[in-house]
Design a binder for this molecule. Structure first.
Ligand SMILES: [Zn+2]
Length: 295
């Protein structure tokens, strides 16, 4: 439940940078999954082993430096602190309404990355996330994810030890608040079934499209195995982030991003957008942790 400050987090060096200005350049509104500023983020099962054979012997603290440089990031993200000993959903009874999580309570200087919908299936993003051992959480909508090369793409993104989980974002991306309880159940539990057949195991996390939900959503989701409904307060745009509150990241922020390509990103690729996001996170003195270790 409680957050813990533990482990070798970010040093004071990065803390000092937290106050650095983060200009909201080109906060281009991208419609789609997100509606408005807030709504409802994630690293590896253990503090990521930051090992990279290409590291130089003179920089043992930055073993991934070469990999990061390949993707246009000057300095590796700091290793995340040890995860908390208890998770937010510990002790939740089967069938109970899921916890609604907008931001993870922690004082660790960590944020969590989430990618929604599943439209863009850029092979370069697979290479990037493998190279960087990047932790993130996926929320897939069936009719968007199955288009093109389909669900197989996302399997490649799960990473070592299935570090990155694949979770539920409904069958067809409706505004759930406009639907009856039965229709909501079909949208949510239908996608639970699709993902369970495809990847094994019911996804524990659910994100309602546009961040819109009501009591019927919680009842439906809890009834088909969802433990937490994940919202967000920070949204990645093309070049930088938008925040529901204030003008910078806060500990435990869940960052919403999307599987998007050049046609939606004004020519920018998914990997460039993610590099922009990682640079912004780092500039603000944060690192990326694995959402599933906290939730
Ligand atoms: Zn969406």
């Amino acid at each position: 439940m409680s957050s813990r400050i533990s482990g070798p987090g970010l040093g004071s060096r990065s803390a000092r940078r937290a106050a650095a200005v983060t200009p909201l350049l080109l906060a281009v509104l991208l419609s789609g999954c997100s509606s408005g500023g807030s709504g409802g983020t994630k690293a590896s099962s253990a503090p990521s082993p930051r090992t990279e054979s290409t590291a130089t012997a003179t920089a043992p603290a930055s073993p991934d430096a070469a990999a990061y440089r390949r993707w246009g990031i000057d300095k590796p993200l700091a290793a995340p602190p040890a995860p908390p000993s208890a998770k937010l959903t510990d002790g939740l009874k089967p069938g109970a309404a899921p916890k609604v999580i907008r931001r993870v309570p922690t004082s660790d200087k960590v944020v969590f990355l989430t990618f929604d919908d599943g439209a863009e299936k850029d092979p370069e993003f697979v290479k990037m996330t493998k190279d960087l051992k990047l932790p993130f959480t996926m929320f897939l909508t069936d009719d968007i994810a199955r288009a093109g090369t389909g669900y197989g793409y996302f399997e490649q993104l799960r990473g070592e030890g299935n570090r990155n989980s694949i979770n539920n974002h409904t069958l067809s991306h409706p505004n759930l608040r406009t639907l009856s309880a039965d229709a909501q159940r079909r949208e949510i539990c239908g996608q639970q079934d699709v993902l369970e057949k495809r990847y094994g195991g019911k996804p524990p996390l659910f994100r309602p499209p546009y961040g819109n939900y009501n009591d019927a959503t919680l009842a439906a989701a809890g009834g088909c195995g969802v433990k937490a409904l994940l919202l967000w307060e920070a949204t990645m745009q093309i070049n930088d982030m938008r925040y529901a509150q204030g003008d910078q990241l806060r500990p435990g922020d869940i960052v919403l991003a999307h599987f998007r390509g050049p046609s939606e990103l004004k020519g920018t690729t998914m990997t460039k957008m993610v590099a922009n996001m990682l640079r912004s996170i780092e500039r603000q003195g944060f690192t990326v942790a694995r959402l599933e270790d906290y939730v």
